[in-house]
Design a protein around this ligand. Sequence first.
Ligand code: UDP
Ligand code: MN
Length: 263
Amino acid sequence: MSEEAFVTLATSDSYAKGAMVLGQSLRNHHTNRKLVALVGPHVTDCCIEALNTIFDEVCVVNVLDSGDTANLALMKRPDLGVTLTKLHCWTLTQYSKCVFMDADTMVLSNIDELYEREELSAAPDPGWPDCFNSGVFVFRPSNETHDKLLTFCSENGSFDGGDQGVLNSYFSTWATADISKHLPFIYNLSSIAIYSYLPAFKQYGHNAKVVHFLGQVKPWSYSYDTKKGEVKGSVSQQSAHMHPDYLLLWWQLYTKSVAPLLK
Ligand code: UDP
Ligand code: MN
């Protein structure tokens, strides 16, 4: 039986820090699956070294020299660079099944039970629940699927400019075909959802297994006062809807386990 892995992506040092917190959160909750980080060519050596101490495998991905279909797709759609890098996760065929997680997610408990699910399983998007959110999804690596996704991408583009649009158009029966492919919302809880339905969060929020810092402002956009143990400097009033407890948890993990690796 071949192995299974959690996969994330970082194309910059900032997202790499997010990936480190995610990886460490998976370790802290004793996953017995492998951890894989895909990194873009601009991530610096210092971050790659730190990623290597947390992840089992760090793959530097340059979609520009990763095959004809990818090149063709990029030539037609230069705007889809990060998206194509994310789709690269389908080429990890040394694994039989994987769970992709955005670098701006963090786990609050063990989620290895997700490997009982099939491709493509994901949780609803809080903005349009007939679409899945592509921050957390179960997939089966396959070069054939990868090629089909790239062809689809170069021919149709993405209705939202990112990977979520492409994946929802490609896996277009997700909303209606098979309820077992709908992950419970607790596997991809975003701050936006917390504030749009606060009573539901109060009722069910304690069950959350994965938090997703979806949106423009990320945890690493803030700073942290290590002496006081406080998150500082809300970047703008707009960002006030990031849940303070989860933000603090992210920074505590970062300070304890990630920052020391970057010295
Ligand atoms: N990402 C990246 N570099 C970027 C933008 C995105 O590596 O410049 C990766 C990263 O894994 C990130 C994911 O793509 O978590 C999706 O982007 P993001 O989380 O910013 O989108 P959102 O969840 O806010 O819609
Ligand atoms: Mn995200």
